[in-house]
Design a protein around this ligand. Structure first.
Ligand code: SF4
Ligand code: SF4
Length: 356
């Protein structure tokens, strides 16, 4: 079942766009390939969707964890509107748990989503109209959804994209591609570019960061996006000892060549030590350029090496409130959901409720 959107000027739960009631009384979220089956009062793996009396709602709709403005090449995207400027935004919640994630606080956002669930969040909110107005005020050419997996707040991504396109802006979706075909079909009319990770061609690599994920699913989603008419570029962040085997890197290049096309852009980025992988060294320049050579050997024509940059990181972004209109106090007021299912106290989930 695909839920319709309604216009929202202040923070409140929004029905999850792809949900399905099951015979066992649970409700399934079909946004990403976790396909979480969620009971009343529970949240899905990403923590951003909650079941209230059989209906799933997105907790993070309009909640902005990071904003940044810069060149589209930083996403990284090179073969779509080069030289233009893009506003990147992100929210809390991700469907992966990468050991080297640089955006932990804003991507997993477990505490931030807990606060939203309890009606105690002071995170910034921007309605889709406000967000697009901000983008126009800063005279950017497009909007990118990034910093965590955008499928987990697809409700907002779709609403913003629709408005953005109507105002002449393009849209970029930076993804791990662990998403359903239904989600891609919803996105396709509104998203211009997918920049997707291909993290590895080994299932154990993916299992380590998401126990359900397989290489086949991720690659299948990337192909599907291209078939749906979205401009696709791919990226591999080479992590020493984890996905740095030349044979596998060459196989990734070959796969891109055979399934996306010889001219399909591939971005090879440097890993920087972080979080659980803080003990590993950064990727050597030699390896990055050797991989570039391997990719050229298989016939890939648009291969880009990033010696300086690893991820689409939000570590050095200026504060979200500096982009929003209003003073910091009003922007960071406590968010209590106005939707009827939440009652007077805002959002309350089973683990915070006393009457369950
Ligand atoms: S977006 Fe993915 S992880 Fe989150 S609730 Fe839906 S299926 Fe689960
Ligand atoms: S690296 Fe990306 S996909 Fe992995 S946990 Fe961080 S935000 Fe999610």
């Amino acid at each position: 079942m695909s839920q319709k959107r309604k216009s929202v000027s202040e923070y409140q739960l929004q029905p999850t766009r792809l949900q399905e009631s099951l015979a066992d009384g649970t409700t399934r979220c079909n946004l990403c390939l976790w396909k979480c089956r969620i009971k009343h009062g529970q949240r899905g793996f990403c923590q951003a969707h909650v079941n209230r009396q059989g209906t799933l709602y997105n907790l993070s709709y309009g909640i902005i964890s990071a904003i940044d403005i810069g060149p589209i090449e930083d996403k990284p995207v090179r073969n779509y509107r080069p030289g233009t400027t893009i506003m990147s935004i992100g929210s809390y919640g991700c469907n992966f748990r990468c050991g080297g994630c640089h955006n932990l606080d804003i991507s997993w956002g477990v505490e931030a989503l807990d606060d939203l669930a309890k009606g105690e969040s002071t995170a910034a909110y921007a309605s889709p109209d406000e967000l697009v107005e901000i983008a126009l005020r800063y005279k950017v050419d497009g909007i990118a959804f990034t910093y965590s997996e955008p499928a987990v707040w697809l409700e907002y991504v779709l609403d913003v994209s629709e408005l953005a396109r109507a105002r002449g802006l393009y849209t970029v979706y930076v993804s791990n591609s662990f998403v359903t075909n239904e989600a891609l079909e919803l996105m396709a009319p509104h998203i211009d570019v997918l920049c997707s990770d291909i993290k590895s061609l080994d299932d154990p690599f993916y299992k380590d960061i998401c126990k359900l994920a397989t290489v086949e699913q991720v690659l299948g989603s990337i192909v599907k996006a291209q078939q749906l008419g979205i401009h696709v570029e791919t990226r591999t962040n080479i992590i020493p000892t984890r996905n740095d085997e030349p044979v596998m890197l060459k196989a990734i290049a070959q796969w891109i060549h055979d399934h996306l096309g010889a001219d399909s852009p591939w971005h090879i980025t440097r890993f920087f030590p972080s979080y659980k992988l803080a003990h590993l060294p950064p990727t050597s320049s030699d390896l990055l350029w050797q991989t570039h050579k391997l990719a050229e050997e298989v016939g890939l024509q648009n291969v880009y090496v990033y010696d300086d940059k690893g991820c689409d990181c939000a570590e050095s972004n200026v504060s979200v409130s500096s982009y929003l209109q209003g003073n910091a106090e009003s922007i960071h007021q406590v968010k209590k959901c106005a939707a009827p299912c939440c009652g007077e106290e805002g959002i309350l989930l089973k683990k915070y409720e006393t009457d369950q």
